[in-house]
Design a protein around this ligand. Structure first.
Ligand code: DON
Length: 331
């Protein structure tokens, strides 16, 4: 029996939801002390490890938020979902999938080992660094800024404003990017890149440094939950086939070497970023009882204390709790 299932259809639904979420955020905030903020990009170390916030947006615009809701953070690897979507929209799905696969790695996000050991014809998937850098090379444009123009346009359409770069994070990432440069040179040697290596890497560092909030992630998640259709403007922002592909990748590869456990215990498409963000989404469910956000929802989480895989430690536990209580799993 899903907790409180009989109460969701009353006038006080939103108050009920708010109370539950407030309690759960307060409880899981204690779990932030089990993780650590990212330190390999020096500026990210300045984040407050105790922070935890969540925003949930329903198809009808209902928005439940709790915790540290107004703290901006950089999107980091969550941008890989968006750059993949943009590349598919610019080049076509076939072109992109000829150059990057859709298989989970079971390895860390910045692993280089599997590329060489498995003698791949293309990187494993667009959500690990090797795949994301390859995708960045496919984005149209002669400079890194031009390459990101369509990504910013997509964000502006979804969010109603144009986000900006966090220059400090961008410079910090660029100046400490030895591993990503190593991956880039390997991709260059193998002939996987479609564009100049330095322009491609600049575009990749910049896309990771876009500043967002949990409300932004929840809104993007809600549009993906609706297969790319924005119910508030009644506009198809992302072609349905591209949105579905992106969600399949989020489910199988979005949490890196914790993707299997996340699918098993949470059961919804999600993507994490090393600054502490997680985007997640639940599609509409068909059940014979009333459930919260039964028409689908997008979820944004922020909690910069990370586990060993680079995922928000309290954020994952909070999501697991909510998904179980509200029966969000797609399985
Ligand atoms: O490539 C990097 O190191 C980062 N800018 C992005 C990594 C990231 O967010 C991994 N996710 N958990």
């Amino acid at each position: 029996m899903v907790q409180g299932a009989t109460n969701w259809n009353t006038e006080t639904t939103e108050e009920w939801l708010q109370q539950y979420i407030d309690d759960w955020v307060a409880f899981y905030r204690k779990h932030t002390s089990d993780g650590e903020v990212a330190s390999y990009i020096p500026v990210l170390q300045e984040a407050n490890a105790d922070h935890l916030g969540i925003s949930i947006v329903g198809k009808n615009g209902t928005n439940i938020r709790s915790g540290d809701v107004d703290v901006p953070f950089t999107i980091q690897s969550i941008s890989k979902v968006l750059s993949f979507i943009v590349a598919c929209m610019e080049r076509g799905i076939g072109y992109v999938l000829d150059r990057v696969d859709v298989e989970p790695t079971g390895e860390a996000f910045n692993s280089i080992m599997h590329l060489e050991m498995k003698q791949l014809k293309k990187p494993f998937n667009p959500l690990v660094n090797a795949g994301a850098i390859t995708v960045a090379s496919m984005l149209e444009g002669k400079s890194s800024d031009q390459k990101l123009e369509s990504l910013f346009n997509l964000l502006e359409k979804m969010l109603g404003y144009r986000p900006h770069l966090d220059i400090d994070v961008y410079e910090s990432e660029r100046d400490t990017s030895m591993r990503n440069r190593a991956i880039g040179y390997y991709l260059l040697e193998m002939g996987y890149l479609e564009d100049d290596l330095n322009i491609t890497l600049e575009a990749y560092f910049k896309q990771c440094s876009i500043e967002v909030t949990i409300d932004d992630l929840a809104r993007i998640g809600m549009i993906l939950a609706n297969d790319g259709f924005d119910p508030s403007t009644e506009e198809e922002i992302i072609p349905r086939q591209v949105a579905r592909l992106a969600k399949a990748l989020m489910l199988t590869c979005g949490m890196y070497d914790a993707s299997g456990k996340f699918a098993a215990y949470v059961g919804i498409p999600a993507k994490s970023g090393v600054a502490g963000g997680i985007i997640a989404l639940a599609p509409a469910r068909v059940r014979d009882e009333e459930l919260p956000f039964i028409d689908g929802c997008g979820i944004g989480v922020y909690g910069p204390a990370l586990d060993k895989q680079g995922n928000s430690i309290a954020g994952i536990r909070l999501l697991r709790h909510i998904a179980n209580k509200w029966d969000l799993s797609i399985f």
